[in-house]
Design a protein around this ligand. Structure first.
Ligand code: ADP
Length: 326
């Protein structure tokens, strides 16, 4: 343990320094001769750290700015053991956070920079399409393909911009009461417009039910699931949209009888750009970003997504949220 690259500390009586390795000593500037037995909060004075130790909920690590070291971050992980003992692992996560920030900036810049050339290309394509009567058949067909692909790229850019906005924080900055029944009703109206005659949409909604959050984000999250149900049921079938009031929680689910998903793909569906084989090999178009957006929105609203699927039979996507009672 002494030789570990990560910092390790043993605390007695909840917060008293009993032992630490060299890496921890360096990160927190501890002196083995004078600091043993002192409270760790004398060395990490950030109120967030003090509250973290007091709350005793260590299910998630805590990341803080390293005091006196501009641009550096330390992550703390704590495990309780024995009666009043705690094992603390600390590491310098500055590089990781820097890379994460670079990734976010890159996505945000790329999606921003791609907008202008795409708008120009689609403008030219639209202009040319106006003269389609005068153009040879092969050219008109090529134009249609260009137009479809530009449309796809536009969708991707929109999705990426939305993801990079959501990336800025894991929690909502401003929230409002959102009436989910109303939101789902307008979503279903949209589905009715998009559906094919072979689709049958069954709607089961509870009475008015509210959550705290962003109406726009929730609409995006729900619509990705709802429109996927239509998209991945190419031969039609029943689609059940449900909104349920479950006491202190609310659940929104969409069940389809479409192509389904092989279980091995399910854990990866919310990754960016991930598409299951069935979607890739069939001609169903998509960006692979929809469920990544849904997951992000749910995290920001304290909700969770559950996916069940039966290949060849259909899938069920269910979002559960804390309910808001005024
Ligand atoms: P896409 O733009 O590809 O639809 P999503 O992120 O919305 O991207 O979905 C990721 C993948 O999850 C899809 O490519 C598809 O393989 C699978 N998927 C999502 N919804 C369904 C569904 N209702 N039925 C079958 N497969 C689905």
């Amino acid at each position: 343990t002494s030789a570990l690259h990560d910092g390790v500390l043993v605390l007695r009586h909840f917060d008293r320094l009993a032992w630490w390795n060299e890496a921890a000593g360096k990160l927190l500037s501890l002196n083995p001769k004078t600091d043993s037995g002192q409270a760790i909060t004398n060395f990490v004075r950030d109120p967030k750290f003090v509250a973290y130790l007091e709350n005793s909920n260590f299910s998630k690590p805590l990341t803080l700015k390293r005091s006196g070291h501009e641009g550096q971050w330390i992550q703390f992980e704590v495990t309780n053991y024995g009666k009043e003992e705690r094992l603390m692992v600390i590491r310098d996560v500055s590089k990781l956070l820097q890379l994460e920030q670079m990734r976010k900036d890159f996505v945000s810049n790329v999606s921003h920079e791609l907008r202008t050339p795409l708008t120009v290309v689609s403008g030219y394509v639209e202009n040319l399409e106006m003269f389609s009567d005068a153009l040879p058949e092969a050219v008109t067909q090529s134009l249609q393909h260009i137009s479809a692909q530009v449309g796809r790229m536009n969708e991707m850019v929109e999705d990426l911009s939305l993801l990079s906005r959501l990336d800025e924080s894991d929690s909502l900055i401003s929230t409002a009461e959102v009436d989910l029944r109303q939101l789902v009703e307008s979503l279903v109206a949209q589905m009715e417009l998009l559906k094919r005659p072979e689709h049958e949409i069954i709607v089961e909604l509870c009475d008015e039910v509210k959550v705290l959050g962003s109406q726009r984000e929730l609409y995006s999250a729900f619509s990705n699931i709802a429109f996927n149900a239509l998209k991945y049921s190419p031969t039609g079938g029943e689609i059940v949209v449900r909104l349920r009031d479950r006491g202190d929680k609310v659940s929104f689910s969409v069940k389809d009888s479409g192509i389904g998903i092989d279980p091995k793909h399910i854990p990866r569906l919310t990754e960016r750009f991930y598409r299951a084989d069935s979607a890739r090999t069939s001609v169903i178009s998509g960006t692979g970003l929809g469920l990544a957006i849904t997951k992000h929105v749910l995290i920001r609203h304290g909700g969770e997504l559950r996916i069940q699927s039966w290949p060849g039979k259909g899938s069920k996507f269910k979002c559960t949220f804390p309910k808001y009672d005024d």
